[in-house]
Design a protein around this ligand. Structure first.
Ligand code: FES
Length: 508
C-alpha cells in the first residue's frame, strides 16, 4: 500500500481544469432570477430557468463546480441506499413512487443534456447496488427491493455482484449512470453564458432583503435586485425558518487508485455497514480504471481525520488487493431529518425566495431534479412531487423526531459546552507544524494553526454562523464547525457555509 504518494486533491478537480476565473460582480445589477451557488443545484436551476426564457445571474462565492460538486463520488443513481422502504413506511407508497419518478426523470434529463450539448463527460450506464455482508440485515434489503419495485423502479434482490468479495444480499437497480461531474457542469456553465445568462465567481452574497423585488448584497458591497432568489448554497446561508434544525452536516472521505480494467467491478455499490462504504470506478489512463472508494462519515470537526483516512485505505486494500493511491479528498453532505431533500419555497420568507438543500449524499440526481422543480415553481406550475420535497412540510415532524432530537442534542452540546470557561486549553507551544488547536488567550478562544515553517496563524475560534467553537482538521488544514458544518481556511476565510463571514484575525 502506498497511501502517501496520493495527491490531496479531488480527481474531478485535478482532471477538469477551469481556466481563468469568471469576473466577480463589481456593479449593481437587476435580474429576473438570482441564483446563489454555482454547484450542481445552482447551475442546473440556472440552466432550466434560462431555457424557459428567464434572465438569470449565478452568484458563486468561489469557483463554479469546485465545491461539493467537485468532490462528490459522481453517481447518478435513483437507488439512494435504503430510502424507498423508509418512505413507504413513513409517508406512504405514493411518496415513494413520486420520489422514484422525480429522480428517474432527473437522470433521463441529464442524459438528454449530455446528448444535446455533446458533452464529453465519461458518461457510462451502470447498475446501482445497495448491499450488506451481514446476513442478519438481508431482510432490510429484501424490503428495500420490494419497495423500490413497487415505486416503479427496475429493482430486484440479488445475492451476487461483481464485487471481488462476498455479499449476503443486495438491491440492484438497472440502467443508472455515472460520469465526470465537472466535465458535465463546466460545459453546462459555458453553454449558459452563450445563452446570455450571467455567472459571477468570487462573489459572496452576505445579505438578503426579501420583497418585491428582493435585494441581495455582496461582500464587496454590490446590490443585486431580483424578482426571485434561489438559495442553492448546499447548506442554506439564509435561514429565517431555522431549517438548520432539520439538517445535519456530515463529511466523508474518498480514496482513488488505478486498477487493471479486467479487475474493476462493473456497477456502483454502497453499503450502510461499517459507517458506509461506496465503490465505483471511472475511466483512467492506459486502459486502466480508477477505483473510487468512499466512507468513514463523521461530523465536521469531530475525530482524527488522518486515522479515518488510514482506516478507509486499509479497508480498500483488504477488499481489492494492493493499491497505489493517486488521489484522496473529502466531501460534505447534509442529511435532512426525514431523509427527503428540502426543495421549494424557503419557509417564512417572502413569496419569491426558494431553497434546495438536504441532498443526503445524492446531490447529482437531486441537484438536477431541484433545478427542474424550482424552475416549474418560479414559472407558476406545481409538479406532482412538489409537496414531497416542500421545505414547509409539517406532517413529518413527529416521524422525524428521533433524528431531529439526536441532531439537536449534538448541536446543544456545542452551544452550551463551547460557552463554558476552560472548555479547551493548552499552549501554542504544544502545536506541531501542520497542526492546529483551540487555545484560551486573554479570556478568548483562539483557533491557532502552526504552518510547516513554524509560523503561527491565529483567528477567533467562534464560528461566525451561530458561535460554536471550531476544531482543526489536520489533513485538510481547515477549521470546521461541528454544529452546522461551516468550514474556514487557516486564515479564517469561509470555505463552506452556512457561515458567510470570516473568522476574525487574532494577534498571538
Ligand atoms: Fe452553525 Fe457554526 S455552522 S454555529
Amino acid at each position: 500500500m502506498n497511501t502517501f504518494a496520493a495527491e490531496q486533491l479531488s480527481y474531478w478537480i485535478a482532471t477538469a481544469p477551469q481556466g481563468e476565473p469568471r469576473p466577480a460582480l463589481e456593479r449593481d445589477i437587476t435580474v429576473d432570477v438570482a441564483v446563489i451557488g454555482g454547484g450542481i443545484a445552482g447551475l442546473s436551476t440556472a440552466w432550466e430557468l434560462a431555457r424557459s426564457g428567464r434572465g438569470v445571474a449565478v452568484l458563486e462565492a468561489g469557483r463554479v463546480a469546485a465545491g461539493v460538486t467537485g468532490h462528490t463520488t459522481a453517481k447518478l443513481s435513483v437507488l439512494h441506499t435504503l430510502v424507498y422502504e423508509r418512505l413507504r413506511r413513513t409517508r406512504g407508497p405514493e411518496a415513494a413512487r413520486l420520489y422514484a419518478r422525480s429522480q428517474s426523470q432527473a437522470l433521463r434529463h441529464a442524459a438528454a443534456i449530455v446528448d444535446e450539448l455533446g458533452i464529453d463527460c465519461d458518461w457510462e450506464e451502470a447498475d446501482a447496488f445497495t448491499y450488506v455482508q451481514d446476513a442478519a440485515r438481508t431482510g432490510e434489503l429484501r424490503a428495500e427491493a420490494e419497495a423500490a419495485r413497487e415505486a416503479g423502479l427496475p429493482a430486484d434482490y440479488v445475492t451476487e455482484t461483481d464485487l471481488p468479495y462476498e455479499v449476503a444480499g443486495a438491491v440492484r437497480v438497472t440502467g443508472q449512470a455515472q460520469f465526470h461531474p465537472r466535465k458535465y457542469l463546466l460545459a453546462v456553465a459555458d453553454e449558459l453564458l452563450r445563452q446570455g445568462a450571467e455567472i459571477y465567481e468570487h462573489t459572496r452574497v452576505t445579505g438578503l432583503k426579501e420583497g418585491e423585488p428582493c435585494r441581495l448584497t455582496t461582500e464587496a458591497g454590490v446590490t443585486v435586485t431580483a424578482r426571485h432568489v434561489v438559495v442553492a448554497t448546499h447548506y442554506p446561508i439564509f435561514d429565517r425558518a431555522l431549517l438548520f434544525t432539520r439538517l445535519s452536516a456530515r463529511r466523508e472521505l474518498v480514496w482513488a487508485a488505478p486498477v487493471p480494467a479486467d479487475q474493476a467491478p462493473h456497477g456502483m455499490f454502497i453499503t450502510p455497514e461499517k459507517g458506509t462504504r461506496s465503490v465505483r470506478t471511472a475511466p483512467y489512463e492506459d486502459g486502466q480504471r480508477l477505483l473510487i472508494v468512499t466512507g468513514e462519515h463523521f461530523t465536521p470537526g469531530a475525530g482524527d481525520v488522518e486515522a479515518r483516512f488510514e482506516r478507509l485505505a486499509d479497508w480498500a486494500v483488504e477488499h481489492f488487493g494492493k493499491l497505489d493511491f493517486t488521489h484522496r479528498w473529502a466531501t460534505q453532505d447534509n442529511d435532512s431529518t426525514d431523509s427527503v431533500p428540502l426543495v421549494g419555497p424557503l419557509p417564512t420568507a417572502g413569496r419569491h425566495t426558494y431553497v434546495a438543500t438536504g441532498f443526503g449524499g445524492w446531490g447529482l440526481s437531486t441537484g438536477i431534479m431541484a433545478g427542474r422543480l424550482l424552475t416549474e415553481l418560479i414559472n407558476g406550475r406545481e409538479p406532482e412531487w412538489s409537496g414531497l420535497y416542500d421545505p414547509r412540510r409539517l406532517g413529518t415532524v413527529v416521524r422525524e423526531a428521533p433524528a431531529f432530537l439526536k441532531h439537536q442534542a449534538n448541536v446543544a452540546r456545542h452551544f452550551v459546552g463551547d460557552r463554558l470557561p476552560n472548555v479547551s486549553g493548552g499552549s501554542t507551544d504544544d502545536i506541531a507544524p501542520g497542526d492546529g488547536a483551540v487555545v484560551l488567550t486573554g479570556g478568548h478562544h483562539s483557533a491557532v494553526h502552526r504552518d510547516d515553517e513554524g509560523q503561527l496563524h491565529a483567528v477567533s475560534a467562534r464560528c461566525t454562523h451561530l458561535g460554536c467553537l471550531v476544531a482543526f482538521n489536520r489533513p485538510e488544514r481547515a477549521w470546521e464547525c461541528p454544529c452546522h458544518g461551516s468550514r474556514f481556511d487557516t486564515e479564517g476565510n469561509v470555505v463552506q457555509g452556512p457561515a458567510t463571514r470570516p473568522l476574525e484575525r487574532r494577534d498571538i
